[in-house]
Design a protein around this ligand. Sequence first.
Ligand SMILES: [Zn+2]
Length: 281
Amino acid sequence: MIPIPQEHPALSLDAYRVVAKGERAVAEALSRPICPACNGTGQARSERDGIVTVGRCRCQMLPDRVHLFNQAGIPARYAHATFISFAQDKNGLLKALDPSAIRALGLCSQFVDGFKTGQLNRGMILYGDVGRGKTHLLIATIRELIFRHGVPVRFMEFSRLLSLLKAGYSEGRSDAPLLSELSEVPVLAIDELGKGRLSDWELTIIDEVVSRRYNGMGCTLGTSNYAPGDPSGASPPNLATHTVPTQTLGDRVGERVYSRFLQLSDFVQVAGHDHRAQPLG
Ligand SMILES: [Zn+2]
């Protein structure tokens, strides 16, 4: 794809909006005047050295990216998740964020700035206690990647990823398109890494996805309530008493998968107070 300057008007924030529709966050291009370059056909002629070629018009960049966003699987409750809404409330006032959250916001923004399509990009895993805005930040990052870089992204909760893979296998579809899609999508964003009770079989499948991504130079993003660390042998968290998890991500996903994540991604802490205790702006 032709590199497009970021200030291209078709991609400015007021050229589209994201709304909640059913279970999904859905992007919509706002109506604009008919493009003079292609007369609204989406196909434009260009001439170079006397050779005329017909190709996709630049005005189609926004509809293409709206389509990418709508394929990404963003949950409806994050329709308004942007970098700005992470830092500011509805009245535009700065939220009282923990220094680690401000640092994480800066790192996510730098990550988007430095993202290179078609090349190896080191991923990022945001970790910290429940309710610190990790998923908000992850989705804001995805949104920027799609609208600024036009990169295909797939967002998925870890537990859903496991159940979909399991369903594919139990129906004898071991080479299911899903496994290939998850392995090959340029950016895979996994929410709540390590959540749930994991069987050896599930760990094997996760290992396959992650190692295929590693070999294919895919970029893997994620969130986790578990801090990075090798398996420590600590007991699982007691969900009934809401005790803070003392297990590491290594305890949850095993040494092999954890070491692959270390190879693929940087870990960034998001600490602070629990946003879920009060309504989010
Ligand atoms: Zn056009």
